[in-house]
Design a protein. Structure first.
Length: 407
Protein backbone atom coordinates (compact mmCIF):
# COMPACT_ATOMS: atom_id res chain seq x y z
CA UNK A 1 0.00 0.00 0.00
CA UNK A 2 1.27 3.55 -0.68
CA UNK A 3 2.18 5.83 2.19
CA UNK A 4 -0.47 8.17 3.53
CA UNK A 5 -0.81 11.32 1.51
CA UNK A 6 0.79 9.90 -1.60
CA UNK A 7 -0.82 8.75 -4.77
CA UNK A 8 -0.37 5.13 -5.68
CA UNK A 9 1.97 4.69 -8.62
CA UNK A 10 1.47 1.87 -11.08
CA UNK A 11 4.71 -0.07 -11.35
CA UNK A 12 3.74 -2.74 -13.89
CA UNK A 13 1.57 -2.85 -16.95
CA UNK A 14 -1.01 -5.48 -17.71
CA UNK A 15 0.06 -7.75 -20.55
CA UNK A 16 -2.54 -10.08 -21.95
CA UNK A 17 -0.82 -13.40 -22.75
CA UNK A 18 -1.73 -15.15 -25.98
CA UNK A 19 -4.36 -17.83 -25.79
CA UNK A 20 -3.22 -21.39 -25.29
CA UNK A 21 -2.23 -22.99 -28.59
CA UNK A 22 -1.95 -19.61 -30.39
CA UNK A 23 1.11 -17.59 -31.27
CA UNK A 24 1.56 -13.87 -30.71
CA UNK A 25 0.04 -13.17 -34.12
CA UNK A 26 -3.10 -15.12 -33.24
CA UNK A 27 -2.33 -18.00 -35.61
CA UNK A 28 -2.32 -21.59 -34.32
CA UNK A 29 1.08 -22.85 -33.21
CA UNK A 30 2.20 -25.65 -35.55
CA UNK A 31 3.11 -28.94 -33.89
CA UNK A 32 5.17 -31.65 -35.51
CA UNK A 33 5.98 -35.33 -35.29
CA UNK A 34 9.41 -36.58 -36.37
CA UNK A 35 9.43 -40.34 -36.93
CA UNK A 36 11.51 -42.94 -38.70
CA UNK A 37 10.07 -45.47 -41.12
CA UNK A 38 11.55 -48.93 -41.31
CA UNK A 39 15.11 -49.87 -40.45
CA UNK A 40 17.33 -46.82 -40.72
CA UNK A 41 20.42 -47.49 -38.61
CA UNK A 42 22.01 -45.65 -35.71
CA UNK A 43 23.10 -42.57 -37.70
CA UNK A 44 19.62 -41.81 -39.04
CA UNK A 45 18.14 -42.38 -35.58
CA UNK A 46 20.51 -39.71 -34.28
CA UNK A 47 19.39 -37.44 -37.12
CA UNK A 48 15.78 -37.94 -35.99
CA UNK A 49 16.77 -36.78 -32.50
CA UNK A 50 18.57 -33.74 -33.94
CA UNK A 51 15.52 -32.74 -35.98
CA UNK A 52 13.36 -33.01 -32.88
CA UNK A 53 15.82 -30.72 -31.11
CA UNK A 54 15.51 -28.18 -33.93
CA UNK A 55 11.71 -28.22 -33.70
CA UNK A 56 11.55 -27.89 -29.92
CA UNK A 57 9.46 -27.06 -27.95
CA UNK A 58 6.54 -27.82 -30.29
CA UNK A 59 7.36 -31.45 -31.05
CA UNK A 60 7.31 -34.82 -29.29
CA UNK A 61 10.84 -35.41 -28.03
CA UNK A 62 10.27 -38.79 -26.33
CA UNK A 63 8.12 -40.40 -29.00
CA UNK A 64 8.82 -44.12 -29.41
CA UNK A 65 7.73 -45.65 -32.69
CA UNK A 66 6.24 -49.10 -32.80
CA UNK A 67 7.63 -51.57 -35.30
CA UNK A 68 4.16 -52.27 -36.65
CA UNK A 69 2.99 -48.68 -36.50
CA UNK A 70 1.44 -47.39 -39.73
CA UNK A 71 0.90 -43.93 -41.11
CA UNK A 72 -2.83 -44.21 -40.34
CA UNK A 73 -2.01 -44.70 -36.67
CA UNK A 74 -0.14 -41.40 -36.56
CA UNK A 75 -2.86 -39.59 -38.50
CA UNK A 76 -5.53 -40.91 -36.12
CA UNK A 77 -3.80 -39.34 -33.10
CA UNK A 78 -2.72 -36.17 -34.94
CA UNK A 79 -6.15 -34.54 -34.68
CA UNK A 80 -6.64 -34.78 -30.89
CA UNK A 81 -3.01 -33.74 -30.27
CA UNK A 82 -3.10 -30.80 -32.70
CA UNK A 83 -0.34 -32.15 -34.94
CA UNK A 84 -0.03 -30.14 -38.16
CA UNK A 85 3.07 -31.62 -39.86
CA UNK A 86 4.88 -34.94 -40.00
CA UNK A 87 8.56 -35.42 -40.82
CA UNK A 88 9.38 -39.00 -41.81
CA UNK A 89 12.93 -40.27 -42.29
CA UNK A 90 13.58 -43.49 -44.17
CA UNK A 91 16.62 -45.21 -45.62
CA UNK A 92 17.14 -47.24 -48.78
CA UNK A 93 20.18 -48.96 -50.20
CA UNK A 94 21.10 -45.84 -52.16
CA UNK A 95 19.99 -42.83 -50.09
CA UNK A 96 18.29 -41.33 -47.04
CA UNK A 97 14.91 -39.72 -47.69
CA UNK A 98 13.03 -37.05 -45.78
CA UNK A 99 9.28 -36.61 -46.28
CA UNK A 100 7.47 -33.55 -44.94
CA UNK A 101 3.69 -33.85 -45.01
CA UNK A 102 0.84 -31.61 -43.98
CA UNK A 103 -1.63 -33.46 -41.75
CA UNK A 104 -4.15 -34.75 -42.65
CA UNK A 105 -4.61 -34.08 -46.39
CA UNK A 106 -1.16 -33.12 -47.61
CA UNK A 107 0.68 -32.08 -49.67
CA UNK A 108 3.80 -34.17 -49.10
CA UNK A 109 7.32 -33.15 -50.13
CA UNK A 110 9.91 -35.89 -50.53
CA UNK A 111 13.56 -34.82 -50.27
CA UNK A 112 16.65 -36.83 -50.94
CA UNK A 113 19.20 -36.17 -48.18
CA UNK A 114 22.36 -35.92 -50.25
CA UNK A 115 24.59 -35.33 -47.21
CA UNK A 116 24.20 -34.66 -43.51
CA UNK A 117 26.31 -34.02 -40.42
CA UNK A 118 24.97 -34.77 -36.95
CA UNK A 119 24.87 -32.14 -34.24
CA UNK A 120 27.32 -34.02 -32.05
CA UNK A 121 29.89 -34.00 -34.85
CA UNK A 122 29.35 -30.28 -35.49
CA UNK A 123 29.93 -29.41 -31.84
CA UNK A 124 32.88 -31.76 -31.56
CA UNK A 125 34.66 -29.81 -34.30
CA UNK A 126 34.29 -26.52 -32.39
CA UNK A 127 36.96 -25.29 -30.02
CA UNK A 128 34.47 -23.87 -27.52
CA UNK A 129 30.96 -25.28 -28.01
CA UNK A 130 28.16 -23.06 -26.79
CA UNK A 131 25.70 -24.02 -24.08
CA UNK A 132 22.36 -23.70 -25.87
CA UNK A 133 20.12 -25.62 -23.44
CA UNK A 134 18.27 -22.45 -22.42
CA UNK A 135 17.63 -21.55 -26.05
CA UNK A 136 15.64 -24.74 -26.66
CA UNK A 137 12.75 -23.42 -24.58
CA UNK A 138 11.65 -21.13 -27.42
CA UNK A 139 11.09 -21.74 -31.11
CA UNK A 140 13.78 -20.74 -33.60
CA UNK A 141 13.55 -18.03 -36.22
CA UNK A 142 13.42 -19.03 -39.89
CA UNK A 143 15.57 -17.29 -42.51
CA UNK A 144 15.02 -18.18 -46.19
CA UNK A 145 17.62 -17.15 -48.72
CA UNK A 146 17.43 -17.21 -52.52
CA UNK A 147 13.97 -18.76 -52.72
CA UNK A 148 12.54 -16.12 -55.05
CA UNK A 149 14.23 -17.42 -58.17
CA UNK A 150 12.14 -17.16 -61.32
CA UNK A 151 11.75 -19.94 -63.82
CA UNK A 152 12.10 -22.67 -61.22
CA UNK A 153 8.40 -23.52 -61.04
CA UNK A 154 5.92 -23.40 -58.20
CA UNK A 155 7.65 -26.18 -56.29
CA UNK A 156 10.27 -23.69 -55.04
CA UNK A 157 7.54 -21.53 -53.48
CA UNK A 158 6.00 -24.66 -52.02
CA UNK A 159 9.30 -25.56 -50.33
CA UNK A 160 9.57 -22.09 -48.79
CA UNK A 161 5.93 -22.12 -47.63
CA UNK A 162 6.27 -25.59 -46.13
CA UNK A 163 9.33 -24.74 -44.06
CA UNK A 164 7.76 -21.47 -42.95
CA UNK A 165 4.60 -23.22 -41.75
CA UNK A 166 6.54 -25.76 -39.70
CA UNK A 167 7.65 -23.04 -37.27
CA UNK A 168 5.45 -20.51 -35.40
CA UNK A 169 5.01 -17.05 -36.82
CA UNK A 170 6.25 -13.99 -34.93
CA UNK A 171 5.01 -10.46 -34.58
CA UNK A 172 7.92 -8.11 -35.21
CA UNK A 173 6.31 -5.30 -33.21
CA UNK A 174 5.75 -7.31 -30.03
CA UNK A 175 8.41 -10.02 -30.15
CA UNK A 176 10.82 -10.19 -27.20
CA UNK A 177 14.52 -10.44 -27.93
CA UNK A 178 14.98 -12.93 -25.12
CA UNK A 179 12.95 -15.41 -27.19
CA UNK A 180 15.10 -14.97 -30.31
CA UNK A 181 17.93 -17.29 -29.38
CA UNK A 182 18.06 -19.69 -32.34
CA UNK A 183 17.79 -19.44 -36.09
CA UNK A 184 17.22 -21.98 -38.85
CA UNK A 185 18.83 -20.95 -42.12
CA UNK A 186 17.63 -22.40 -45.43
CA UNK A 187 19.64 -21.47 -48.51
CA UNK A 188 18.68 -22.50 -52.03
CA UNK A 189 21.65 -23.37 -54.22
CA UNK A 190 20.74 -22.67 -57.84
CA UNK A 191 23.74 -24.47 -59.34
CA UNK A 192 23.08 -27.71 -57.46
CA UNK A 193 19.28 -27.25 -57.27
CA UNK A 194 19.42 -28.15 -53.57
CA UNK A 195 18.50 -26.70 -50.19
CA UNK A 196 21.15 -26.22 -47.50
CA UNK A 197 19.83 -26.60 -43.96
CA UNK A 198 21.69 -25.01 -41.02
CA UNK A 199 20.84 -24.50 -37.34
CA UNK A 200 22.54 -21.76 -35.27
CA UNK A 201 22.55 -20.41 -31.75
CA UNK A 202 22.36 -16.58 -31.55
CA UNK A 203 24.92 -15.16 -29.12
CA UNK A 204 24.99 -11.36 -28.71
CA UNK A 205 28.11 -9.84 -27.15
CA UNK A 206 29.04 -6.34 -26.14
CA UNK A 207 30.83 -4.47 -28.93
CA UNK A 208 33.78 -2.07 -28.78
CA UNK A 209 35.22 -3.16 -25.41
CA UNK A 210 38.24 -5.22 -24.54
CA UNK A 211 38.19 -8.82 -23.43
CA UNK A 212 39.19 -7.77 -19.92
CA UNK A 213 36.14 -5.54 -19.57
CA UNK A 214 33.94 -8.34 -20.91
CA UNK A 215 35.52 -10.70 -18.44
CA UNK A 216 34.83 -8.28 -15.59
CA UNK A 217 31.23 -7.87 -16.73
CA UNK A 218 30.78 -11.60 -17.03
CA UNK A 219 32.15 -12.32 -13.56
CA UNK A 220 29.85 -12.35 -10.58
CA UNK A 221 32.59 -11.01 -8.31
CA UNK A 222 35.27 -8.32 -8.59
CA UNK A 223 38.62 -9.67 -9.87
CA UNK A 224 41.77 -9.52 -7.75
CA UNK A 225 43.54 -6.26 -8.62
CA UNK A 226 45.92 -6.11 -5.63
CA UNK A 227 49.02 -6.59 -7.77
CA UNK A 228 48.12 -3.68 -10.09
CA UNK A 229 48.70 0.04 -9.56
CA UNK A 230 45.76 1.16 -11.69
CA UNK A 231 42.60 -0.35 -13.17
CA UNK A 232 43.84 0.85 -16.56
CA UNK A 233 46.58 -1.77 -16.44
CA UNK A 234 43.97 -4.49 -16.26
CA UNK A 235 41.76 -2.96 -18.93
CA UNK A 236 44.61 -2.23 -21.35
CA UNK A 237 46.21 -5.60 -20.81
CA UNK A 238 49.20 -4.52 -18.62
CA UNK A 239 48.48 -7.11 -15.98
CA UNK A 240 50.44 -10.09 -14.74
CA UNK A 241 51.02 -11.21 -18.32
CA UNK A 242 53.09 -8.13 -19.08
CA UNK A 243 52.45 -5.00 -21.13
CA UNK A 244 50.35 -5.63 -24.19
CA UNK A 245 50.10 -9.38 -23.65
CA UNK A 246 48.03 -12.00 -21.97
CA UNK A 247 44.47 -13.10 -22.19
CA UNK A 248 43.15 -9.64 -21.42
CA UNK A 249 44.95 -7.68 -24.11
CA UNK A 250 43.33 -5.90 -27.03
CA UNK A 251 39.76 -6.02 -28.22
CA UNK A 252 37.74 -8.94 -29.39
CA UNK A 253 38.44 -9.45 -33.08
CA UNK A 254 35.39 -11.61 -33.68
CA UNK A 255 32.18 -9.77 -34.34
CA UNK A 256 33.76 -6.33 -34.85
CA UNK A 257 32.49 -5.95 -38.39
CA UNK A 258 30.03 -3.07 -38.72
CA UNK A 259 27.61 -5.24 -40.70
CA UNK A 260 26.71 -7.41 -37.71
CA UNK A 261 26.46 -4.66 -35.10
CA UNK A 262 22.99 -3.75 -33.85
CA UNK A 263 21.57 -1.36 -31.29
CA UNK A 264 19.49 -3.30 -28.79
CA UNK A 265 15.92 -2.15 -28.29
CA UNK A 266 15.42 -4.41 -25.25
CA UNK A 267 17.49 -5.79 -22.41
CA UNK A 268 19.00 -9.24 -22.78
CA UNK A 269 20.09 -11.79 -20.22
CA UNK A 270 23.74 -11.58 -21.24
CA UNK A 271 25.90 -9.13 -19.32
CA UNK A 272 26.61 -5.86 -21.05
CA UNK A 273 23.63 -6.29 -23.40
CA UNK A 274 21.40 -3.50 -22.21
CA UNK A 275 18.83 -1.45 -24.02
CA UNK A 276 20.42 1.17 -26.27
CA UNK A 277 23.85 -0.46 -26.23
CA UNK A 278 25.64 -1.73 -29.30
CA UNK A 279 26.04 -5.44 -29.55
CA UNK A 280 27.73 -7.76 -32.04
CA UNK A 281 25.69 -10.74 -33.18
CA UNK A 282 27.53 -14.05 -33.35
CA UNK A 283 26.21 -17.35 -34.62
CA UNK A 284 27.38 -20.63 -33.11
CA UNK A 285 26.35 -23.65 -35.15
CA UNK A 286 24.40 -26.30 -33.26
CA UNK A 287 23.63 -28.71 -36.04
CA UNK A 288 22.55 -30.75 -37.82
CA UNK A 289 23.67 -29.84 -41.31
CA UNK A 290 21.75 -31.20 -44.26
CA UNK A 291 21.79 -30.84 -48.01
CA UNK A 292 18.33 -31.61 -49.39
CA UNK A 293 17.22 -32.13 -52.97
CA UNK A 294 13.52 -32.16 -53.80
CA UNK A 295 12.55 -35.44 -55.44
CA UNK A 296 8.76 -35.52 -55.49
CA UNK A 297 5.64 -33.59 -54.52
CA UNK A 298 2.37 -35.44 -53.87
CA UNK A 299 -1.07 -33.92 -53.46
CA UNK A 300 -2.04 -36.06 -50.44
CA UNK A 301 -0.32 -37.30 -47.32
CA UNK A 302 2.23 -39.74 -48.79
CA UNK A 303 -0.25 -40.57 -51.55
CA UNK A 304 -2.28 -38.96 -54.30
CA UNK A 305 -1.37 -37.32 -57.59
CA UNK A 306 2.30 -36.61 -58.26
CA UNK A 307 2.47 -32.86 -58.85
CA UNK A 308 6.23 -32.75 -59.40
CA UNK A 309 8.97 -35.30 -59.91
CA UNK A 310 12.63 -34.42 -60.31
CA UNK A 311 13.73 -37.68 -61.93
CA UNK A 312 10.70 -38.93 -63.89
CA UNK A 313 9.03 -36.82 -66.57
CA UNK A 314 5.68 -37.89 -68.01
CA UNK A 315 3.71 -36.64 -70.97
CA UNK A 316 0.21 -35.24 -70.75
CA UNK A 317 -1.33 -38.50 -71.95
CA UNK A 318 0.60 -40.52 -69.39
CA UNK A 319 -0.44 -38.15 -66.64
CA UNK A 320 -4.10 -38.42 -67.65
CA UNK A 321 -3.82 -42.20 -67.76
CA UNK A 322 -2.33 -42.29 -64.28
CA UNK A 323 -5.08 -40.01 -63.00
CA UNK A 324 -7.75 -42.26 -64.48
CA UNK A 325 -6.08 -45.30 -62.98
CA UNK A 326 -5.85 -43.61 -59.61
CA UNK A 327 -9.50 -42.58 -59.82
CA UNK A 328 -10.56 -46.13 -60.68
CA UNK A 329 -8.53 -47.48 -57.79
CA UNK A 330 -10.10 -44.96 -55.44
CA UNK A 331 -13.62 -45.76 -56.66
CA UNK A 332 -12.95 -49.50 -56.43
CA UNK A 333 -11.64 -49.07 -52.91
CA UNK A 334 -14.74 -47.10 -51.95
CA UNK A 335 -17.03 -49.74 -53.49
CA UNK A 336 -15.23 -52.56 -51.68
CA UNK A 337 -15.49 -50.70 -48.43
CA UNK A 338 -19.23 -50.18 -48.98
CA UNK A 339 -19.71 -53.89 -49.71
CA UNK A 340 -17.74 -54.82 -46.62
CA UNK A 341 -19.91 -52.56 -44.50
CA UNK A 342 -23.06 -54.12 -45.98
CA UNK A 343 -21.75 -57.64 -45.34
CA UNK A 344 -20.89 -56.73 -41.78
CA UNK A 345 -24.39 -55.33 -41.28
CA UNK A 346 -25.97 -58.51 -42.70
CA UNK A 347 -23.84 -60.66 -40.41
CA UNK A 348 -24.87 -58.56 -37.44
CA UNK A 349 -28.54 -58.99 -38.33
CA UNK A 350 -28.17 -62.77 -38.74
CA UNK A 351 -26.36 -63.00 -35.43
CA UNK A 352 -29.08 -60.96 -33.71
CA UNK A 353 -31.83 -63.18 -35.24
CA UNK A 354 -29.99 -66.34 -34.16
CA UNK A 355 -29.66 -64.99 -30.66
CA UNK A 356 -33.37 -64.09 -30.56
CA UNK A 357 -34.41 -67.60 -31.66
CA UNK A 358 -32.10 -69.13 -29.08
CA UNK A 359 -33.69 -67.05 -26.34
CA UNK A 360 -37.17 -68.09 -27.54
CA UNK A 361 -36.28 -71.79 -27.47
CA UNK A 362 -34.81 -71.39 -24.00
CA UNK A 363 -38.01 -69.69 -22.86
CA UNK A 364 -40.21 -72.48 -24.30
CA UNK A 365 -38.14 -75.14 -22.57
CA UNK A 366 -38.40 -73.29 -19.28
CA UNK A 367 -42.19 -73.02 -19.64
CA UNK A 368 -42.50 -76.73 -20.47
CA UNK A 369 -40.46 -77.67 -17.40
CA UNK A 370 -42.61 -75.47 -15.18
CA UNK A 371 -45.82 -77.05 -16.58
CA UNK A 372 -44.49 -80.56 -15.97
CA UNK A 373 -43.59 -79.69 -12.38
CA UNK A 374 -47.15 -78.39 -11.80
CA UNK A 375 -48.68 -81.60 -13.14
CA UNK A 376 -46.44 -83.75 -10.97
CA UNK A 377 -47.35 -81.75 -7.89
CA UNK A 378 -51.22 -82.04 -8.43
CA UNK A 379 -51.49 -85.91 -8.93
CA UNK A 380 -49.02 -87.05 -6.36
CA UNK A 381 -51.58 -87.73 -3.45
CA UNK A 382 -53.75 -90.34 -5.37
CA UNK A 383 -50.78 -92.44 -6.28
CA UNK A 384 -49.65 -92.53 -2.65
CA UNK A 385 -53.13 -93.70 -1.49
CA UNK A 386 -53.26 -96.49 -4.07
CA UNK A 387 -49.86 -97.66 -3.00
CA UNK A 388 -50.94 -97.80 0.66
CA UNK A 389 -54.05 -99.83 -0.26
CA UNK A 390 -52.02 -102.36 -2.17
CA UNK A 391 -49.62 -102.70 0.74
CA UNK A 392 -52.56 -103.16 3.18
CA UNK A 393 -54.20 -105.85 1.04
CA UNK A 394 -50.96 -107.69 0.83
CA UNK A 395 -50.58 -107.50 4.59
CA UNK A 396 -54.23 -108.76 5.16
CA UNK A 397 -53.74 -111.76 2.91
CA UNK A 398 -50.76 -112.74 4.95
CA UNK A 399 -52.77 -112.56 8.18
CA UNK A 400 -55.58 -114.74 6.79
CA UNK A 401 -53.16 -117.36 5.58
CA UNK A 402 -51.43 -117.53 8.97
CA UNK A 403 -54.74 -117.96 10.81
CA UNK A 404 -55.85 -120.88 8.56
CA UNK A 405 -52.64 -122.66 9.19
CA UNK A 406 -53.10 -122.36 12.93
CA UNK A 407 -56.59 -123.94 12.73
Amino acid sequence: MPKRGRRRKKTRTHVVPPAEGLSETGAPIPKTLVVKRGRVGHAVESLVTDLRTVLRPNTAMKLKERKRGTLKDYVSVAGPLGITHMLMLSKTDSSVNLRIGRVPRGPTLTFKVESYVLGTDVRASQKRPSDFAQALQTSPLVVLNNFNGEGRGNHLKLIATTFQNIFPTINVQTVRLTECQRVVLLNYNEQEDSVEFRHYFIRPTASGVSRSVKRVAAQSRIPNLSHLDNIAEYVLGNDVYGPGGGAGSGTDSEGEDDSNKVTLSQDLRTRGSKRGAQSAIRLAEIGPRMTLKLAKVESGLAEGDVLFHAFVKKTTEESKKLKRKHKEMTEGKTERRRQQEENVEVKKQKLAEKKRKKLERRKLRREALEAAEELDGGGGGGEEEEGEKEEGAAAGDDRYESSDEEE
